[in-house]
Write a protein that binds this ligand. Sequence first.
Ligand code: 5GP
Ligand code: MN
Length: 314
Amino acid sequence: MELLQECAGAKRIGISGHLRPDGDCVGACLALFLYLSKMLKEASVKVFLEKPADIFKEIKGFEEIETGFPREPAFDVFFALDTVPDRMGKAEEYFNGAVKTVNIDHHISNSGGGTVNLIRPDIGSTCEVLLDLMDRDRIDADIARALYTGMIHDTGVFQYSNTTPETLEKAAFLIGFGFDFPRLIEETFYQKTYLQSQIMGRALLESIRFMDGRCVVSVLTRKTIDFYQAEPKDFDGIVNQLRNIKGIECAIFMYQTDIHEYKVSLRSTEKVDVAKVASFFGGGGHARAAGCTMKGTFHDCVNNLSLHIEEQLC
Ligand code: 5GP
Ligand code: MN
């Protein structure tokens, strides 16, 4: 795929990513926004996302993200980044109404929902996929910082097995622009607010191990969430912390979204392909990190997940 060729002649270009946008999603949307705005001076480029966490506000373009989803005339080209189009929430309407749609992603569960698709499950982040599509001579420090954000978030700061020599070569190229990458990593990846730390503490304290200590689950009910006045973005990192427990092969973190509905995050170490588990419940993701939304009581959800996890652990 050639990014500028796909946008040839376009006057109105739109970009969006998935609901509850994470570092890769925000980084990819803003990197593409900055790049296309720079390269296509005659086009109007807009980014639409659910309001991202404030930790990302130092990425250039953050203030220009449209979070209100107003009525819009049809776009000439609409990009769905780091997601299948039906996980974009309200932006899916813009996508469906666009003349041309481009889907760029790295989720193995995405079979491609655009008129043009580039899905690279072998690549660790959508930002890494995007960097391959950009002219390196036209990348600047702002675009580099946006791309680097996505790369650190989806590779766990270059720790997960989706980190390749190419990933590190790209990271080396990006930090060459001289932005303050240690601070970016600290402030967007490791740092937690006091509220986040308290909730994480509570989720760890109340976690339950099962399957001979090979799985762990923790749940935050509506009542607890309301008590802390917390939001989904305050739960980032909990499931990874559960997965860090010695002996755990699969970690489940759930938070209640309705009376009998839970958003589920899954992480695994080596054996369990959690994208496969999530796909049974209409979700998706990667082999080591995936998610879905499930209906039923907490126990129904855990029982149903366990059946599929156990099958892979035997
Ligand atoms: P997280 O647990 O951090 O929310 O998500 C882990 C991975 O699974 C991410 O790559 C995310 O995009 C994907 N994922 C999470 N929830 C869903 C879902 O409901 N549907 C799909 N298709 N992917 C999901
Ligand atoms: Mn991603």
